[in-house]
Ligand binder design. Sequence first.
Ligand code: GLA
Length: 420
Amino acid sequence: MRSTKLSIITIVLVQVACLNAFTQKFENLALTPPMGWNSWNKFGCNINENIIRYTADAMVSNGMKEAGYSYILIDDCWQAGRDSLGFIVADPEKFPSGIKALADYVHSKGLKFGIYSCAGRKTCGNRPGSRGHEFQDAMSYANWGVDYLKYDWCNTEGQNASESYSLMRDALFEAGRPIVFSICEWGLSKPWEWATEIGHLWRTTGDIQNNWDIPDAKEGKCWAGGVLINLDMQQGLEKYAGPGHWNDPDMLEVGNGGLTENEARSHFSLWCMLAAPLIAGNDLTQMDPVSKDILINKDMIAIDQDKLGKQGYKIKDYGEIEVYYKPLNNSDMAICFFNRLDYPIQVEFDWTSMSLSATRDSKPLLLGLKIDRKDNYIEGQYSIWNVWQKKSVGTTSQKFIASLQGHDVIVLRLTSVTKK
Ligand code: GLA
């Protein structure tokens, strides 16, 4: 009894002492946007250790590991309660072997392991959160071999976001095991303005839904939106992203059945243009070939993972037709034409003036130019690689002419042929 009391007093003292002593995040982590898989989008609270093990197996056998995916992340609902000393305990029915054994298994596959908690007393799924147990939880994660922590924002009434996330950052640092820290505060208090020194990535939106578009969300009538809403919320945030600190427009819905093939390709491509974390959210053990081909397109992934770490942005907005641009290492660049219309169009892009014209059934489409960023993108001549067609398509000395399906993208990688 006496020793129990002493342990609790020690933990409290350590927590208080640590508040001031450690104010650092782990550097040299997530130098490119993290790539992996998370349980939430497909399984929600219905998770168990077999799902996690089979997912790790699948990530190795289906080519995703080779394509660069490395994190296996358990989201909410793995926790059952706390022991008499306040240490977090995993649900013994769903995770009978314990979290350490699971982390060891994931590591044995050459992958990394991540877990979830929340800055409030309860998680969004009503499990114990980390509030008041930050240093204790960080210690447990480090002991188990955790490599990544997603830290949510439910039940935090009265808490200050930057203080709460700083506290967990300090706890992780004190625990001593390098852990990628993923801030999941949904963009409410503009984490891009304060989180660079705290986390390695931060959510910028509410929860993505397995949908292309949810017009109600656009009008602010509901919190969570589809792919288009999350995409549109990234405009203007590009200046906050870079190696070790990324905007996170939420996890991928590719392979979850709510998007057409064109939409899934656009979702993935646009997330890559944004240098977004690529966290698959589908059942990897039963993936259809189309979703797999999308998720492992190596040229698309190379654009996301480019070591310059620049987030791409919209340079032209003609209403329903847009052009995105992402500067890449070695003076390369990626250009993405995006068609929000639900019918195919013909696009013609003039590299000299960076202007687009579009036709439908040979008739000009009226395009009102809403955004026209006129930076000096193209100097000299570039060869063009079509990322989804997987072939060379000429150079920038000629207009680029192609047909673009509804809700689809064309992504081009430009490489200078007149290198200085
Ligand atoms: C919040 C997060 C989601 C997921 C759930 C889990 O809604 O934003 O990504 O983690 O909680 O309960």
